[in-house]
Design a protein around this ligand. Structure first.
Ligand code: AMP
Ligand code: MG
Length: 430
């Protein structure tokens, strides 16, 4: 039953959510599929890397002592006994008075202890004139200087970026164990929704959230399972929700506010357990979280921008936790407010903002009209400006915290979007 009528703070809601989110089991994937995943095994080095001493430069492998005092005026002449490209092994050792012409990456011949770079030499007939002295070890890459056989190189819990993919290749890992990606059912609700390519008959609007939520899921490393639209009836909603229960998480869109046709809460209450359904934030105050069929469930608000903001605050950290990620929060910056920002009503506000650098400081302003349904503002935003519950007004010049949106590096918005003076959306309930 919906007995718990309290309104939770953003922090309390997130803590309650995360406490109920499991880390998913591991699976083995090909190296080429490991990007963006979290390692579910400790990866040790099976070999020294580099596996052998080798040349860091194109030049000549020499005995450093032979080159003492060499200069352009008084070159030291050495006999070139072999040519050594990368991928071959030296057949003969270097003895005093000798040199091996060597390419970057080729193994250092026995006897040699330094490389003279090609630009410090002049080639002769079967000889080389060395024009500068080389110290022992000069331009030699030592076996094991990068990793040593047996080293723990990438521990369990490591997030795999391109650098880690390269490291796994270096360690000879064709396959690796990683945390499974969450499959996330996305169900939109509303009699007013038509799909993007369906005719827009009177009273209908296009279904934005099915696509924006699915994209957000994918952006966070999840696999969206779009379930389309359920009409606003208990029977249809119940049937569609049951379809989504074989996944790792269910997200529903709309139908969680207080309207007569908001049936999502009723169905969730019947089929599962609603933990809470109101959060003290703006936008996205109506926001349900609970469990259904053993999986966590989010009921996001219907207004598209509110839905996206609520996803960023709550669903994203939950999805990251499921994937074994440790850094669950969005990166933040401190920025100077360029304009005044009002926040009446004691809620934590997340204002879609545009943050940019100016005269060496980060500055931020709202990205457009505030209405909970205004997508233009969402498109222009590269951050969310966070205004704490107790702050009623941010004055121009005040410092505020901004949460950076993924991929929203401070790029200039493309000019020409939007329509000056367009009416704002209503901000009554979301
Ligand atoms: P509700 O939460 O059902 O009261 O919906 C709030 C607002 O969001 C209404 O204006 C809905 O028409 C709108 N809305 C709900 N679902 C979607 C959707 N999938 N795409 C675009 N707008 C939606
Ligand atoms: Mg509705």
């Amino acid at each position: 039953m919906l007995t718990d009528n309290r309104i939770l703070s953003v922090d309390a809601a997130l803590a309650r959510i995360l406490a109920q989110i499991p880390v998913l089991p591991a699976e083995e994937v090909l190296l080429t599929e490991a990007l963006g995943r979290v390692l579910a095994e400790d990866v040790y080095a099976d070999i020294d890397v580099p596996p052998f001493h080798n040349s860091a430069m194109d030049g000549y492998a020499v005995i450093a002592a032979d080159t003492a005092g060499a200069s352009r005026e008084r070159p030291v002449e050495l006999r070139v006994i072999a040519d050594l490209p990368a991928g071959q092994v030296p057949a003969v050792p270097v003895r005093p008075g000798e040199a091996v012409r060597i390419m970057t990456g080729a193994p250092l011949p026995d006897g040699a202890d330094a490389i003279v770079r090609v630009e410090d030499t002049e080639r002769g007939e079967g000889t080389v004139r060395v024009l500068a002295p080389a110290r022992p070890g000069r331009d030699v890459r030592l076996a094991g200087e990068d990793v040593r056989a047996g080293d723990l190189v990438l521990p369990t819990g490591t997030f795999v970026r391109p650098a880690e993919v390269g490291m796994l290749a270096m360690l000879g890992r064709r396959r690796v164990r990683v945390v499974r990606r969450p499959r996330v059912a996305v169900l939109t609700t509303g009699d007013e929704l038509v799909d993007v390519d369906e005719p827009l008959t009177p009273g209908k609007i296009r279904n934005i959230n099915l696509y924006s939520i699915s994209a957000q899921v994918a952006w966070c490393g999840g696999v969206p399972v779009p379930l389309g639209v359920a009409r606003d009836t208990l029977e249809e909603l119940e049937a569609r929700i049951r379809e989504g229960l074989s996944t790792d998480m269910l997200i529903t869109s709309a139908g969680v506010s207080v309207g007569d046709y908001d049936v999502v809460k009723a169905v969730l209450d019947k089929l599962g357990h609603i933990d809470f359904w109101r959060v003290n934030m703006k936008p996205a105050k109506p926001l349900a979280f609970g469990r259904i069929g053993g999986i966590p469930m989010f009921g996001l608000p219907g207004n598209p921008a509110s839905s996206m903001v609520a996803f960023e605050q709550f669903v994203r950290p939950a999805l990251l936790k499921m994937q074994g990620r440790r850094a669950l929060h969005k990166p933040t910056l401190q920025a100077i407010a360029e304009v005044a920002l009002d926040n009446r009503g004691g809620r934590r506000a997340f204002v879609r903002g545009y943050v940019h650098q100016h005269d060496g400081a980060w500055r931020v302003r709202p990205a457009g009209q505030e209405g909970a349904g205004i997508m233009t503002t969402m498109v222009r935003a590269n951050c969310l400006i966070v205004i704490p519950e107790q702050v009623e007004r941010v004055a121009p010049g005040d410092t505020v915290t901004v949460e950076l949106l993924d991929g929203g590096a401070a790029e200039e918005p493309v000019a020409g979007g939007g329509r000056p003076g367009a009416a704002g959306g209503d901000d009554c309930c979301a």
